[in-house]
Design a protein around this ligand. Structure first.
Ligand code: KG4
Ligand code: ZN
Length: 340
């Protein structure tokens, strides 16, 4: 079984081909970061126009790289939401058109489900597992019991972890997107120099909160001399924010493990999977590895390039649904909001 998939819900335009032996046969991705950088964030109109301008060429390139023609695919998948509506429309309409032309099924993929199932493409992971989904727009802990079968254990009460990293990075004068820039800036920094809060840590349950950390970062910046930060101040503050976000995520994931254990959801093979753009962060990956070592859980983190938005994860989620006999009607409407 071969599925062609598209991702256009934010600022990456991507097309990929995957098969049911878990092989990524082709992957084409164009990041629009340069186009959005002058604005310090993603501009929806610019994103939609860029998707429209590039997707066709990326699809053709992916098919060529995979060495197949359109009629060789068994299904055409696109992110159907959640995301920026203009971009989602571009991907969905392209997928519908190709599905209609080839007579193959159309698959509208929930972008969060695509992140959630990526670990089953990259690693031999069986259901059920605990998922820490950390991206720019979402921050959730989910018990993944099967395709389309998710139990939400915790979510953020305000901002997503990635949003917090992006906003604090912007305050520090780092470029867009903030997460990777902050990770680079934090290298060699002293994470303990600034006393930053760990919102929610120690509280029961596994919800998150990050807005207090943003405010505390602004206050920390106000204690420093005005103007551009010195290399030392930048490294220490970036390391401090990264450390605080990591501590919160690890604490909440630990609570979710206990909730999974208590509900009998972690058996037979207790596994924690991390996904979403923030999962590319090496400090977070190392801390989650430590947590799983302590608790005797298996830890699975897809390669960083498959944690940030990509089309292989969309094609894979489409394939997982297709092989269960699921597909979507051609009158599917893009869903800017679409909770898992
Ligand atoms: O999953 P994703 O690519 O897009 C969404 O669905 O939101 O996640 C993007 C988020 C952004 O907030 C970005 O700053 C963050 O992931 N991110 C990182 C890293 N790479 C991307 N955060 C920390 N460290 C990274 N290396
Ligand atoms: Zn994403």
């Amino acid at each position: 079984m071969i599925v062609l998939g598209f991702e256009t819900s934010c600022d990456e335009t991507a097309a990929a081909v995957v098969d049911d032996s878990r092989r990524v046969r082709a992957q084409r991705l164009l990041s629009q970061h340069d186009a959005h950088r002058p604005y310090g964030g993603v501009v929806p109109e610019i994103a939609a126009r860029a998707h429209l301008g590039h997707l066709d060429r990326l699809v053709a390139g992916a098919l060529e790289e995979a060495g197949i023609g359109l009629t060789d695919v068994d299904g055409v998948a696109a992110t159907g939401g959640p995301g920026l509506i203009g971009g989602v429309i571009v991907g969905v309409m392209t997928a519908k058109a190709l599905a209609l032309a080839t007579g193959r099924p159309f698959l509208a993929v929930n972008h969060l489900e695509a992140h959630a199932l990526t670990a089953r493409l990259t690693d031999d992971v069986a259901f059920p597992y605990l998922l820490l989904l950390v991206s720019g727009g979402h921050c959730q802990l989910l018990a993944v019991r099967g395709v389309g079968d998710y139990r939400r254990l915790g979510t953020t009460v305000d901002d997503a972890a990635g949003e917090c990293l992006d906003k604090t990075a912007k305050m520090m004068g780092l470029g867009h997107p903030g997460g990777p820039a902050l990770e680079r800036a934090a290298q060699g920094g002293d994470a303990a120099r600034f006393a930053l809060p760990r919102p929610m840590v120690g509280r029961p349950g596994c919800d998150f909160s990050f807005s207090g950390l943003k405010t505390a970062t602004r206050h920390a910046l106000e204690t420093l001399p005005p103007g551009p930060l010195s290399d030392r101040d930048l490294a220490d503050l970036a390391a401090g924010v990264q450390g605080a976000v990591t501590d919160v995520l690890v604490n909440r994931a630990g609570h979710a493990m206990t909730m999974m254990d208590e509900a009998g959801d972690s058996e037979p093979a207790p596994t924690l999977v991390v996904a979403g753009g923030v999962a590319a962060n090496q400090t977070l990956r190392a801390a989650l590895t430590g947590l799983c070592d302590t608790r005797g859980w298996r830890f699975v983190a897809p390669a960083p390039a498959l944690c940030t938005d990509n089309a292989a994860m969309v094609a894979w989620a489409g394939l997982e649904r297709l092989r269960l006999g699921l597909s979507d009607p051609l009158d599917f409407r893009p869903r800017p909001r679409w909770p898992l």
